[in-house]
Design a protein around this ligand. Structure first.
Ligand SMILES: O=C(O)C(=O)C[C@]1(C(=O)O)C=C[C@@H](O)C=C1
Length: 396
């Protein structure tokens, strides 16, 4: 258990005994909680299932579909859940981690970072922005990336959470609550979409364009001038790879310049997005929380539910306004366990409020008394509150 001295909580009587659950939503476990008692933060280490070490050969598979893809890349896929995996063969277990394994240099060398998609996806570019020398590990889907971190196959995952044009990526909001990871950072990436085709093809020749649905949203107007058929693919790099291997001259892809290089395609048009300010924000997920400071600008991400009643959301937002805390994002998601209840039991036809989870990002460090007070205040009328992470703000 690590203990930090925070200094007194000035003007915040309520903060003397708050328990903020940071990763045990829905599990009933007490693992990994961050508790504030008087002027001390106690960070409890992982106590339960997080440290599950499986033989790497059994949980990853190499699916090197393109010779252009670096052979060291492993693709994490659904075999993560393969029940046939034997856990008894101790001879192939990896060596235990030592203290030095846990400290990586700042440039990210030695760090293994999972992302969704193939090499050349924007998510991989985001991972390399955060950790320039990291080993990037492609995953089939978002869930596989979460599991790869939980199972110690990789150190971090970098996943998209919102785009300035297309809005939120709801799947990742939902997965944040279904897994026990912490937000350890963010990456703001300027997304420069490129129209790619086979060598020697002109953009007027294209009849079909492959890409990720989010990329299509970001170049809706520009793409409509070409009058092509759109075909949705899991990620932009997979679209580029399919164009390359398909060899059809009338088929192009919307993907990154990095994907063009990897898959040997030509850039037919650069800056293909409708809006110059096309920014995707990614979250860096880790097993351990960042211990926040006040040395730079920090952001805190939380999720909470509210008691039912009029004005509760107004009160919830007031805890930030009262302390001059700037909110950078608010998102609401329906709660899966409590489906929509429209009419109450009295049969009077009175409409009830839906039960929602609210996700908020605010600009303050959890080391600041005003942030601690805001959380204590919010807890008075929220049924559930979890700090998803407190991390340094990234700039484009
Ligand atoms: O398909 C990719 O290349 C991705 O990394 C995914 C993704 C997304 O889901 O938003 C990431 C950034 C861009 O906004 C477009 C696509």
């Amino acid at each position: 258990m690590a203990t930090l001295n925070l200094g007194p909580f000035q003007g915040c009587a309520r903060a003397s005994s708050i328990l903020l659950h940071v990763s045990d939503f829905g599990s009933g476990s007490s693992a990994n909680s961050l508790s504030f008692r008087n002027d001390v933060i106690k960070l409890r280490k992982w106590e339960s299932s997080a440290f599950v070490v499986l033989p790497p050969r059994a949980i990853t598979s190499v699916e090197d579909e393109s010779p252009a893809v670096a052979s060291s890349q492993t693709i994490i896929n659904r075999t993560l859940e393969d029940p046939k995996v034997s856990r008894k063969d101790l001879s192939i277990l990896p060596k235990p981690l030592s203290a030095t394994d846990l400290h990586s240099p700042n440039d990210g060398s030695k760090v293994r970072v999972a992302y969704q998609g193939l090499p050349g996806a924007y998510s991989e570019i985001a991972a390399l922005k955060a950790y320039p020398k990291c080993e990037t590990v492609p995953c089939d889907d978002f869930e596989a990336a979460f599991k790869a971190v939980e199972l110690w196959i990789v150190d971090k995952a970098v996943l998209p959470i919102e785009n300035s044009v297309g809005g939120s990526i709801h799947r990742n909001y939902d997965l944040l609550l279904r897994h026990r990871l912490h937000i350890a950072g963010e990456v703001q990436l300027q997304v420069n979409l490129c129209l790619l085709g086979l060598q020697g093809v002109r953009k007027e020749e294209l009849k079909n364009v492959l890409s990720h649905p989010h990329a299509f949203e970001q170049c809706e107007t520009t793409l409509s001038t070409l009058g092509v058929m759109r075909i949705s693919i899991e990620d932009t790099a997979a679209a580029a790879q399919m164009v390359s291997s398909g060899g059809e001259r009338d088929t192009g892809a919307i993907a990154s310049a990095r994907a063009a290089e990897i898959y040997g395609l030509n850039i037919l048009a650069d800056n293909f997005q409708d809006n110059d300010n096309n920014i995707t924000r990614f979250l860096i997920l880790a097993r351990e929380p960042v211990i926040p400071g006040t040395d730079k600008l920090y952001k805190t991400s939380i999720v909470f539910t509210l008691e039912e009643g009029p004005g509760v959301l107004f009160k919830a937002l007031a805890v930030f306004a009262l302390r001059e805390i700037n909110l950078t994002k608010i998102e609401s998601r329906p709660q899966r366990q409590r489906p929509l209840r429209v009419v109450d039991d009295s049969n009077e036809g009175r409409a009830k409020y839906f039960d929602y989870l609210f996700y908020i990002d605010f600009e303050a460090s959890m080391m600041e008394p005003r942030a601690q007070c805001a959380m204590a205040h919010l807890q008075e009328f929220s049924r559930f509150l979890r700090v998803l992470g407190c991390y340094p703000v990234d700039k484009v």
